[in-house]
Each structure stands twice: as structure tokens, then as C-alpha cells.
Design a protein around this ligand. Structure first.
Ligand SMILES: Nc1nc2c(ncn2[C@@H]2O[C@H](COP(=O)(O)OP(=O)(O)OP(=O)(O)O)[C@@H](O)[C@H]2O)c(=O)[nH]1
Ligand SMILES: [Mg+2]
Length: 472
């Protein structure tokens, strides 16, 4: 059966989608789980919102092969088969971005997921003969970035985790933030019998320290365990009443402070972290790692190192490598990964090449390890929502590439010269120097009102890498 070419735009597209469903009764569907990985404020929620909006409207993905070759029919949101997890509130996030007073979605406080089904004409003649129209169900979860940092805990015994946290807390800028908790540690003995009140007090002071890290202008990423600062539905649960302790080197008696803390830590690992991983991350097929490199450059050298170690440790929890058809079906290995420097619209287009190179350099070991396992790895500089335009201005006889957009806190578009992105990791002249200031922008007024999808930078290229072969 030859299908007529369908209008892709919004309502007409939905109508066409229904008609096609009726016409083609026997479709086989492929499910693909995309892992959107990123630390706090990396841009996950905005990315998922823009991804869905652009797939639904498909008017701003010119270089996505399946669109360019006119094989993209339409997409629509469908109920997720797992009805126990709240749905990703795409409509609310989109409304925040495109409202009369454009703003950003709130930080994510819990788990949400969504399924978008994409219908397309297969690229290969053979596949088309057997199946004129195919469906790809794309499943995505969104979660607070803080929870990602829990994944490395799965492999760590309590003593090793404690020592790592204590070492970090001794050094600036954390030492000052951890002062009250470290003082408390000096007043207790890990070997003595402990009661619930002591556990609660330790956990409270440690949580205060984690909140202080999160608030710090140094933009610290290593904030563990994630549920201490973003508890979701676990607020107040005894599972969250533990903290790291210095090891005395002696044997720890039952009911000692150490033994009780260790029990809670192990329960947290199995009840919270492992469950989160198994239910939502263990069967991913593809992964995009969103990195707010510009935010880390603005915050200074400590922030960049901190972000790198947090990301590298988290990525080790995932299984990367080549996967055959069976693994694709049941999940288990991530065979394509894309590292993305987000918010590329903060800098002029001429800087995107350097931004990409810098991300490559920063995470080169992680990329190599994934490649070694057989995964295909790419890097891109993207903006899920393009909030600025690149404009040229002249300054003292020199042509400068600037960006024009409305910075957060202002009410009018402004032309700014955000500076240049370095092309090496030798970024900061000295420890205290902060030579980079990349401002945050508001979403542009009227974004996406033309019904073509949210304006973006290189979302189509990202999708080609992540999903392209599924559309073949
Ligand atoms: N200019 C620009 N800013 C962006 C873009 N994406 C995200 N941002 C900015 O980054 C902030 C965080 O984005 P989110 O998508 O909420 O980040 P997240 O990773 O979901 O953060 P958590 O929910 O806290 O884990 C937004 O409030 C915006 O200020 C983008 O494409 N362009
Ligand atoms: Mg979010």
C-alpha cells in the first residue's frame, strides 16, 4: 500500500496520525529508552521539553535525516506503560517557556517519565516493502540532577565512602561550609553505643553542609547522597538519618554509632539507589550526557574539577558497549552516547567549535573507556532553547562576535560580548582568577508560537547521532 504524504504540522498531523493508525493495522513498534544524564541545572528538563516539542511539530529539525528525506510522518504523546511513575509535565514546562512572561521550568523535585511515539517511513526498500510505516516509542525519564550523584555509591562500602567525603570536606572551599558538622564529629565516638537522637543530629548537620555546598557560588557538584537535599517522597524517612564518620580502625560493636550509620547507609544503597538504577537506568539503549560547561567556567577552577569528578564517577555506573539485536530489544547496554555542552546560545556561534573541543578534553578518559567497550561516542555543542542571536559589532576597529538576548534580571534585549572559549584545559591563570562570565538568559518572547517547535541549536544533529539508525 502506498501512503499519501501527510501534513506534519500540529493538528493536521494528529488527524493524519489517527488515519494512518486506522489504515495500517499491523504495525510493529520499537521501544527505545533514552537516558538523559546530567548534574543539577545541566539543562535536562529544558532539553526534554524541547525534544518533545520539536518531535511533535518537526518544523525545526532540518538536518534530522528522516525529516530531510521526507520520511517523518508525525509524532504524538502516548501513555507510558509504567503507570506507577508521574508523567513528565511537558505542557506545563512548555507553558512556562512560551508564556507572555517567559520563564524557566522549576528545578525537578521527583521522578517523571514520558513516551513519545514517532511514526516514519523506513529508509530501506526492503524494510518498506515488509512494513510501509514504522513506529518508534521513545521513553525518557526526568529526575533531580542530585540523584545522579547517588549512582557511584552502589559500589562503595560505608568506610570508603566516609573517608572520601571527609577528605573532600577538609579542603577549601568546603572546609568552611562543613565546620559545624566536623565540629560535631569531634564530639562523638564511632565505637560507643549510640541512640536515634545522635544519628538524627549527625544527619541534620551533614545535610546542612550539603545544602551549603549547593548554595555556594563555587557551584559544587559533589553533593552526596542526593536524597538528603532532594528527598522526593522520602522526606523525614529514617533511611536518610546517617552521615560519614571517621574510621577508628578498631572493630565496630553492634549498636555503636558506626554500626547504626553503616546499616542506614547500606539500606539507602539497596532501597533507594539500586532501585532507582534498576527501574530507570539499567535498560537504557542510548544516552545523552548534558554538561553545563559554561556554568562551571563562570564559577571557577574548583567547580570544573568538581563537575568532572562527579560526572566521571556517575558515568561508571552505566553499561556501555556494542549491543546486538537481542540486547537492543531487552536493553542492557548503551551503544551510543552523546556528550553535549548545553546552553551553547550563551556564546557566539564562532565559539561552538571550542566549546565542543573543551568538553572532549574534559571528559576524554570517560569517552575513551566507552569507545573501548564498543559504544559510538559523539560530542556536540547545543542549545535546547535558543535564547540569543549572534551579532557582529565593531570595537576599536575589531570585529567582535556578540550575542543578543535578554539576560535574567533585565527586561530588554542587550548585546553582550561574552568573551572567547579557550581551546585548552589550561583555563585559569591562577586559582583565584575568574576570567569567564557567561550570563543566563530568559527564553525569547514568542518562542515556538509559529508552531514549528522551540528554536534550538543542533537538536537535529544530536538526534541523528542518538536515534538515526532506528529510522533506517
Ligand atoms: N540559554 C539557555 N539556557 C538554558 C538552556 N537549557 C537550560 N538553560 C538554563 O539552565 C537552567 C536549568 O535548566 P533545567 O533544564 O531546569 O536543568 P535540570 O538539569 O533539569 O536541573 P535539575 O532539575 O535541577 O536537575 C534553566 O533554568 C535555564 O536558566 C538553553 O538551551 N539555553
Ligand atoms: Mg530538571
Amino acid at each position: 500500500m502506498r501512503l499519501t504524504k501527510l501534513n506534519r504540522l500540529s493538528n493536521a498531523g494528529e488527524w493524519a496520525f489517527d488515519r494512518v493508525s486506522d489504515l495500517v493495522g499491523n504495525l510493529t513498534e520499537t521501544n527505545l529508552r533514552l537516558g538523559v544524564t546530567g548534574l543539577r541545572r545541566a539543562g535536562k528538563t529544558v532539553f526534554v521539553t524541547s525534544l518533545i516539542d520539536n518531535l511533535l511539530k518537526a518544523g525545526r529539525l532540518p538536518f534530522l535525516d528522516v525529516v530531510a528525506s521526507n520520511r517523518y510522518q508525525a509524532a504524538r504523546l502516548r501513555p507510558h506503560p509504567d503507570v506507577t511513575v508521574p508523567r513528565f509535565d511537558y505542557e506545563r514546562h512548555l507553558a512556562a517557556i512560551t508564556g507572555t512572561q517567559p520563564g524557566w521550568p522549576e528545578p525537578t523535585r521527583g521522578l517523571q517519565q514520558i513516551r513519545v511515539s514517532i511514526r516514519f517511513v523506513p529508509g530501506s526498500t526492503l524494510r518498506r516493502t515488509v512494513q510501509p510505516l514504522s513506529t518508534l516509542n521513545l521513553d525518557i525519564v526526568d529526575y533531580p540532577g542530585e540523584w545522579l550523584l547517588d549512582l557511584p555509591l552502589m559500589e562503595l562500602p560505608y568506610g570508603v565512602w566516609s573517608q572520601g567525603v571527609l577528605d573532600l570536606a577538609e579542603r577549601p572551599p568546603r572546609a568552611a561550609l562543613a565546620a559545624a558538622w566536623r565540629h560535631w564529629l569531634g564530639t562523638v565516638s564511632a565505637d560507643l553505643r549510640a541512640d536515634e537522637a545522635q544519628l538524627r543530629e549527625g544527619a541534620r548537620l551533614y545535610t546542612d553542609y550539603l545544602h551549603a555546598c549547593r548554595r555556594s557560588s563555587a557551584n559544587l557538584s559533589v553533593v552526596q547522597p542526593g536524597r538528603f537535599v532532594e528527598p522526593g517522597d522520602l522526606a523525614g524517612a529514617p533511611l536518610l538519618t546517617f552521615c560519614p564518620l571517621p574510621d577508628t580502625g578498631r572493630e565496630h560493636r553492634r549498636e555503636s554509632l558506626w554500626a547504626l550509620m553503616e546499616q542506614r547507609f547500606e539500606a539507602y544503597k539497596s532501597e533507594v539507589v539500586r532501585r532507582f538504577f534498576v527501574e530507570h537506568f539499567s535498560r537504557l539503549n542510548r544516552q545523552i550526557v548534558l554538561v553545563d560547561l559554561l556554568g562551571a567556567l563562570t564559577a571557577g577552577p574548583g567547580s570544573l574539577d568538581d563537575m568532572r569528578s562527579a560526572l566521571v564517577a556517575s558515568l561508571q555506573a552505566f553499561r556501555h558497549g556494542r549491543s546486538g539485536w537481542l540486547e537492543r530489544l531487552i536493553g542492557g547496554r548503551i551503544d551510543r552516547v552523546l556528550f553535549a555542552a548545553t546552553k551553547a546560545d550563551h556564546v557566539a556561534a564562532s565559539q561552538h567549535g571550542n566549546l565542543c573541543n573543551l568538553l572532549d578534553l574534559l571528559l576524554s578518559d570517560a569517552r575513551r573507556a566507552m569507545r573501548f567497550e564498543g559504544a559510538q561516542v559523539g560530542t556536540v555543542a547545543l542549545a535546547a532553547l535558543k535564547c540569543t542571536e549572534t551579532v557582529k559589532t565593531e570595537h576599536q576597529g575589531r570585529q567582535l562576535s556578540c550575542v543578543q538576548g535578554t539576560p535574567v534580571g533585565r527586561d530588554k534585549p542587550t548585546v553582550l560580548y561574552p568573551g572567547e572559549i579557550p581551546d585548552s584545559l589550561d583555563l585559569f591563570p591562577d586559582e583565584a582568577a575568574r576570567p569567564y562570565t557567561f550570563l543566563d538568559f530568559l527564553p525569547p518572547t514568542g518562542a515556538g508560537r509559529d508552531g514549528r517547535g522551540l528554536p534550538n541549536i543542533r537538536l537535529d544533529q544530536a538526534l541523528n547521532h542518538l536515534l538515526g539508525d532506528y529510522f533506517a
